[in-house]
Design a protein around this ligand. Structure first.
Ligand SMILES: Nc1nc2c(ncn2[C@@H]2O[C@H](COP(=O)(O)OP(=O)(O)OP(=O)(O)O)[C@@H](O)[C@H]2O)c(=O)[nH]1
Ligand SMILES: [Mg+2]
Length: 387
């Protein structure tokens, strides 16, 4: 396993608790990609340093650390600009990755169909294009070339041209697949369509498997699902289509959202969204915000939503003693509190379940059935529905 050092920043937009959770998540991403984290560095800053992301003194500290320990890769928790990447690489003389890069890597590894592979490849080339000069310096260094001059502009131009060509080729391939998918989707137009959405690793595929008796890969890893899986489900004689799709994450690379446009079309065209949340994660509200942000980008935020708070079996809280007058934190609220709060906030469109517990699942099925009937009566207002 490669050894990694992670770097993140604390700013006004990203307070300490969120920065910590974000860098811990980066550690999980790194592990998923195959790197073991040896050290995490967080720096408090007014804003990102335009040249070296973190401060100059801090980056020198990192450099000293790299020299004393055997670190293979330094990973930044935000996307680096091409010039930042170049500068930092020059200072640290080590393999540098950023969050986007790492997520793209995991996606590339996970992509198992020609379709998702094409989508990931497109996102990768789009990420690579403005950073090409950089890559070249990196390669020339590996070849033992002296100095940092890199290739002449002309050679870079050729490479850029090759990549641009590749990008347009991938785009036209995707277009072809899109047309096929669209015709398939049109065929299903009469049915009510329901999509499972949510942060990665919250249990979407597990739920899909349980209620549709299908076999989607579900595991304790980020982005286990990349392709949309669809299944016909029947509750109380009412059929509808249920689909499971790629999970979201904070700071999801824009290139990915763009290239996964067609995978995400299913979400865009759904009648109902089931937003699955892992309530055992102390940052679940943060996660919900990231998911809603992506849903907004897909113009899908206004769709009817059921919020499924999953993994209640793992939920824990610290009870406060009555003589303890310190401020209440997230960890002091019990499940009943969250249930009350969210039932109110969502007008009773929430359920609290454990995908592993059959009893709680019935509550979910009831709510889902109610929503499907509602969607149907909106779509076919004159058709009599028997409940
Ligand atoms: N304890 C507990 N674990 C759960 C529950 N639901 C799912 N899990 C576990 O959580 C992990 C992630 O589940 P998945 O179903 O793969 O999650 P996902 O949302 O599809 O994740 P991605 O496809 O990677 O975005 C797996 O190890 C599941 O076994 C639950 O209610 N309780
Ligand atoms: Mg999944």
């Amino acid at each position: 396993m490669e050894k990694a050092l992670l770097i993140g920043i604390i700013t006004q937009n990203q307070p300490e608790n969120i920065a910590i959770e974000s860098i811990n998540e980066l550690e999980f991403l790194a592990l998923t990609a195959g790197a073991e984290t040896k050290k995490k560095v967080l720096q408090k800053m007014l804003k990102k340093n335009s040249k070296s992301f973190i401060g100059k003194g801090k980056i020198n500290e990192v450099k000293d650390f790299l020299e004393s320990e055997k670190i293979d890769v330094v990973i930044f928790d935000d996307e680096l600009s091409p010039s930042q990447l170049r500068n930092i690489e020059r200072i640290l003389n080590c393999k540098i990755l950023d969050r986007t890069n790492l997520i793209l890597d995991i996606f590339a590894f996970r992509a198992s169909t020609a379709y998702s592979r094409t989508q990931v490849e497109l996102a990768q080339y789009q990420y690579l294009l403005p950073r090409l000069t950089n890559l070249w310096t990196h390669l020339s260094k590996q070849k033992g070339g002296i100095g940092m001059k890199g290739p002449g502009e002309k050679e870079i131009e050729t490479d850029r041209r090759v990549i641009r060509k590749k990008i347009s080729l991938l785009k036209s391939q995707l277009k072809k697949i899109d047309i096929q998918m669209e015709t398939q989707r049109k065929k299903r137009k009469d049915m009510i369509r329901v999509s499972l959405v949510g942060y990665t690793n919250v249990g979407k595929s597990t739920l899909m498997n349980i209620i549709s008796k299908s076999k989607v890969l579900a595991e304790n890893k980020l982005f286990a699902t990349l392709d949309t899986k669809m299944k016909k489900v029947v509750i109380n004689n009412t059929p509808f289509l249920l689909s499971d799709t790629v999970g979201f994450i904070r700071k999801l690379p824009t290139q990915l959202v763009e290239s996964f446009k067609s995978t995400l079309d299913e979400v865009r065209e759904s009648d109902i969204l089931i937003h699955v949340v892992d309530i055992s994660n102390p940052n679940f509200e943060e996660h919900m915000k990231s998911v809603n942000k992506t849903l907004k980008e897909l113009s899908a935020l206004e769709k009817p939503q059921i919020i499924v708070f999953n993994k209640i079996d793992l939920f824990s809280y610290t009870k406060k003693e009555s003589d303890d007058l310190s401020e209440w934190g997230f960890e002091n609220y019990d499940l009943a509190y969250w249930e009350k709060t969210w039932m109110k906030k969502t007008n009773n469109n929430s359920v609290f379940i454990s995908a592993l517990n059959k009893k709680t699942l019935n509550k979910f099925k009831d709510l889902l059935y109610k929503k499907v009937c509602e969607a149907q009566s909106i779509r076919y207002p004159y058709k009599k529905i028997t409940y």
